[in-house]
Design a protein. Structure first.
Length: 166
């Protein structure tokens, strides 16, 4: 197979990780592994949380695919592992740096996407218990959060027209 196919596989796995992450967040992290995720929804002391264990839970399959694929010259396995790793990097960048500001980069952004993703995550965190949550995805944002950001921009720019609200 050509390199293009392996790159396509990595990109496809990256894209598939969003619904996998949504499902895992909603039914595992807010389900039977809530005891690991709970401290992420409540004020924590210190830099690390039990929730950080999910990094390992997602990193292990990526590492195994890359390592075993490399050992047995299975480029498909390496591509799958690379796709998972790329999603992990995107998750780290979006969740830890942009949203939670664990590292003070991108603190002030005028990006509509960044503001929408921050608002969606804020709405996720307004629920302090595992039930009644919302916005379980990471990179794809529901329309209602985009609409809220557009409305805020219109109000700020004095261009808001309540008759245009959908």
């Amino acid at each position: 197979m050509s390199l293009i196919i392996y790159i396509f596989i990595a990109i496809a796995v990256f894209v598939l990780m969003e619904p996998i992450t949504w499902f895992t967040h909603k039914y595992v992290m807010h389900g039977f592994l809530w005891y690991l995720h709970e401290d992420h929804h409540k004020p924590a002391k210190g830099f690390f949380e039990k929730n950080d264990a999910f990094f390992l839970i997602f990193a292990i399959p990526s590492w195994l695919c890359i390592m075993l694929g490399s050992m047995y010259q299975n480029c498909i396995s390496v591509s799958i592992g690379a796709g998972i790793a790329l999603y992990g990097f995107a998750y780290f960048l979006v969740h830890e740096i942009i949203i939670h500001q664990r590292f003070k980069l991108f603190a002030k952004s005028s990006s509509r996407y960044v503001n929408a993703i921050r608002w969606a995550h804020k709405m996720h965190h307004k629920h302090l218990e595992k039930e009644d949550g919302e916005s379980f995805g990471m990179l794809i944002i529901a329309k209602k959060y985009w609409d809220k950001i557009k409305r805020d921009e219109a109000i700020k720019n004095n261009t808001f027209n309540p008759t245009e609200v959908h």
